[in-house]
Design a protein around this ligand. Structure first.
Ligand code: C5P
Length: 231
């Protein structure tokens, strides 16, 4: 179906996973492929949105799906770079979806040279906390801007929902898509299951299927939140 229900709406999306440098050749990263965020960007564009996509370390074979008219792509590496890109997008966006897996910690002092065994001993990596991009975007949100977070959790059932509810209210997101992940679920896979939480932690969507299908399910919840039914 060619629903153009996001025509005139600017949607900023983050996809992929950030990488924090250790030295010039190594990083701390995560297994996010960027498929869900890229599917969201593509689905939003197909529904008529102007899309601003910040892609953190997304393989080009995956990212190509979002290289269509109406999508502006910025490629980033670290959390600091992702924060800068999203803060720039936020000035123009009506909707922000933080689908990227963002590193909670970065290496406190990145080595100028490659760490080697010749340095002697076993290196210790001192970590420091990254700012929470989503929480920062919520604090500086524009009037009427809708902000959507993700929660990838290695829990299930009621515990998964409880963590999602706590996370949504802690971060102040309007909607939070809860996503069970594990060794064999969520990341790098083609199928997904999202439970979408709204205000007061109510379940406002529950979608399973391909990442394109779950993207459209989440965008349905976004459209409902943007245009509450007349009463
Ligand atoms: O707390 P947790 O990392 O599970 O929260 C996930 C949500 O917060 C995602 O939407 C993610 O993009 C966002 N996030 C962020 N900045 C961080 C950590 C997470 O924007 N430093």
């Amino acid at each position: 179906g060619a629903t153009r229900d996001l025509a005139g709406v600017t949607v900023a999306v983050s996809a992929g996973g950030t990488r924090e440098p250790i030295d010039p050749v190594r990083f701390l990263g995560n297994r996010s492929s960027g498929r869900q965020g890229v599917a969201l960007a593509r689905a939003a564009a197909d529904r008529g949105a102007t899309v601003l996509l910040a892609a953190a370390n997304v393989e080009h074979a995956v990212l190509d799906a979002a290289r269509v008219p109406g999508v502006e792509v910025v490629e980033v590496g670290s959390t600091a770079e992702l924060a800068e890109a999203m803060e720039g997008f936020a000035a123009r966006a009506d909707v922000i979806v933080m689908a990227a897996a963002v590193a909670d910690f970065r290496v406190a002092s990145v080595s100028d040279g490659k760490l080697t065994k010749e340095d002697g001993g076993i290196p210790t990596l001192q970590l420091t906390e990254n700012p929470d991009i989503l929480a920062g975007l919520v604090r500086s949100r524009r009037e009427g801007q809708l902000i959507v977070g993700f929660a990838a959790e290695t829990a299930s059932g009621g515990e998964l929902l409880e963590r999602g509810r706590r996370k949504r209210s802690r971060k102040g997101a309007d909607l939070l898509a809860v996503n069970e992940v594990g060794w064999t679920a969520g990341f790098e896979t083609s199928d997904n299951h999202l439970v979408i939480l709204g205000s007061e932690g109510a379940i406002v969507g529950d979608v399973a299927g391909s990442k394109r299908e779950t993207a459209d399910g989440l965008l349905d919840a976004v459209v409902r939140a943007l245009r509450p039914p007349a009463r």
